[in-house]
Write a protein of this length. Sequence first.
Length: 192
Amino acid sequence: HRDEYANDVLLKCDDDIVYFDLDRLAEFIAFRRERREYLLVSANVVNNGVCAHFQQTMGALPDWLRCELPPGGLCGSLWSSGTKAEAVHNLFIEQPEAFKTTAVEPLAWNERISINFVGLLGEDLVHIPDVTADDEHDLCYGVRKRARKQNCIWPQFVAAHLSFWKQDAAMNLPAILGKYHDLAARELADAA
């Protein structure tokens, strides 16, 4: 069905995305459509090791939290720590504006990145021969190289990813979900 979707923008969104900036979704899609030099465009994802490193360098996350750039983009201390993930979520929920940057330039990233919320052009489906067991690795490396493109993070569009399996045992998931419910209520009230 590649030809059927050639003119579309496809969004891949994990089933545990608990927040995304609805006000900037159209801008994210427009950026994805316009910037054809990229294969994958990732949202600025809360609770994503690579994004957390960049969030820390832009001042959204305090230094005491220490969000290093995971080697090659894989795993890292945030990925393996529910305590750290819960702290990141709480910081975002308390001050979502700190994560919402007006930086115009995308952050080129050609190593692995968790594909929690990404945009892909339908015309690039031709470069994906099949779904593999490790689709994330293939999209970040093999497909990107076949397409002769780069991947990037678009810092202006924020999405929040609840948890990785390694984090679950140390997180109070119901409490975090309740706080996201309250954040949604606040943002909807502000929009009204």
